[in-house]
Design a protein. Structure first.
Length: 426
């Protein structure tokens, strides 16, 4: 006789509003502008407020401002490298917690992606060329497809849309069937044919089609051909008295507001039309709050960076250790939220333009950050250009920094300093 048992389980689900905030945090200036423009097209209750100034204007402004005071300054550090998106994907992999072998294979896959973010090679062919098993190749592909933006590493448009859909926990299961079987009908607007084939109501099909149309077949743009200018989220300014202040560049970022004409129109509607208008207005209010929460979170992260790296901004010292998980606890969010907030974002200060992730340094030894250790290695090598890696490690030990010879060699390589043999023979 089969015994039936009743079990109670609890699971945490993010609200739609919180999911939107987290998604907005992961977007840079261009991504935020694109998201807002698409949202306005889908919601007539929203009005897009374009930025008052452009990133190019900012680059010119900074270049002019520092001309004369820094003769070697050209403003070139405001031009984003074309592989920023690739670097972000690689960083996500390294923080994924996966085993080193899977990360290594997945990184190889990343560099085979098409400019639109698709993995176009047959998996068995890739496995043979990479010298790995098909099972390991599949595991690596799943790792790539788990990265953000959702849809990266897809092999087809259908798979790309499905990967994005999986991030929406409240998506109707019918959406998956429509993606797999009815994309052509959706493109033609043939909703009645879909209704006939699926047996679903027209209202449900319409809702699913709206969801699918909100997805994108181009998850990201790798190896962009045009120059992209960096627009820092904020600048750190130093006044005449040596006090630091944060200046956010809101004039360079777009925003939302409620469309006043739609509000007036909604007041004249009745029945289903009035209900539709209320839904659109509620959705608009949610999106406006999400943008405000994005700004609030960025301000909290900025204040922590300013406080912890105070000496760096005054030009007195290198970076000190600062951890993402500790920052997350102070703000009251999950550490992945902080990670999204700092990836692809920049700040500007008197010392140059830096990615926000640069200010989150792990502690190497004795409260010293990786950045400071590298500076000390540079100083040691300048004082003695024939010193070996082992001797460098011993010298660091005298300063209270415990580092292996292999790690010293790794940092020396990153600093583009030749080995002692090549230095002594140069």
């Amino acid at each position: 006789m089969t015994e039936n048992r009743l079990e109670v389980q609890q699971s945490q689900k993010l609200s739609q509003g919180l999911q939107t905030v987290i998604h907005l945090l992961s977007l840079d200036l261009d991504g935020l502008s694109e998201y807002m423009l698409r949202a306005v097209q889908e919601n007539p209750a929203l009005e897009y407020v374009p930025p008052q100034k452009s990133a190019q204007d900012y680059a010119i402004q900074v270049k002019t401002r520092f001309r004369g005071s820094r003769g070697d300054y050209s403003g070139s550090d405001l031009a984003a490298p074309t592989d920023t998106a690739m670097e972000d994907l690689e960083q996500q992999l390294r923080l994924s917690g996966l085993d080193d072998a899977t990360v290594h294979i997945a990184e190889h896959m990343l560099h085979l992606l098409s400019p639109r973010g698709y993995f176009t090679q047959e998996l068995d062919e890739f496995a043979a060329e990479a010298g790995v098993s098909l099972e390991d190749a599949q595991k690596a592909l799943e790792a790539v497809q788990s990265l953000e933006p959702a849809g990266i590493g897809a092999r087809t448009v259908e798979e790309c849309l499905e990967l994005q859909l999986r991030t929406r926990h409240d998506a109707d299961p019918l959406c998956y069937d429509l993606i797999r079987m009815h994309l052509l009908d959706i493109g033609r607007g043939n909703l009645r044919q879909i209704t006939h084939d699926t047996g679903a109501t027209l209202a449900r099909v319409r809702q699913c089609v709206d969801t699918i149309r909100s997805l994108t077949p181009v998850p990201c743009a790798l190896r962009a051909e045009t120059v992209q200018y960096i627009m820092p989220e904020f600048s750190v300014e130093v006044d005449a008295n040596g006090r630091l202040a944060i200046q956010f560049h809101n004039d360079y970022y777009p925003s939302f507001r409620v469309d006043a004409n739609f509000v007036r129109l909604a007041d004249t509607l009745h029945g289903e039309e009035a209900a539709y208008a209320r839904r659109m207005q509620a959705s608009a209010a949610q999106l406006i709050r999400a943008v405000e929460m994005r700004q609030s979170t960025m301000e909290k992260v900025a204040r922590i960076i300013l406080r912890e790296q105070h000496a760096f901004f005054l030009g007195q010292y290198s970076l000190v250790p600062l951890r993402i998980d500790e920052t997350a606890r102070e703000i009251g969010v999950h550490e992945t939220t902080v990670y999204r907030a700092i990836q692809g974002k920049y700040l500007y200060c008197a010392r140059g333009t830096f990615p926000l992730s640069h200010f989150f340094q792990k502690e190497i030894s004795g409260g010293t950050s990786a950045a400071r250790v590298k500076e000390i290695i540079q100083e040691i090598c300048r004082e003695n250009d024939r010193i070996s890696d082992r001797s460098i490690a011993e010298e660091l030990g005298k300063r209270g920094i415990t580092l292996s010879r292999r790690t010293v060699a790794k940092y020396r390589f990153q600093l583009d300093i030749n080995s002692s043999f090549h230095r002594s023979n140069s």
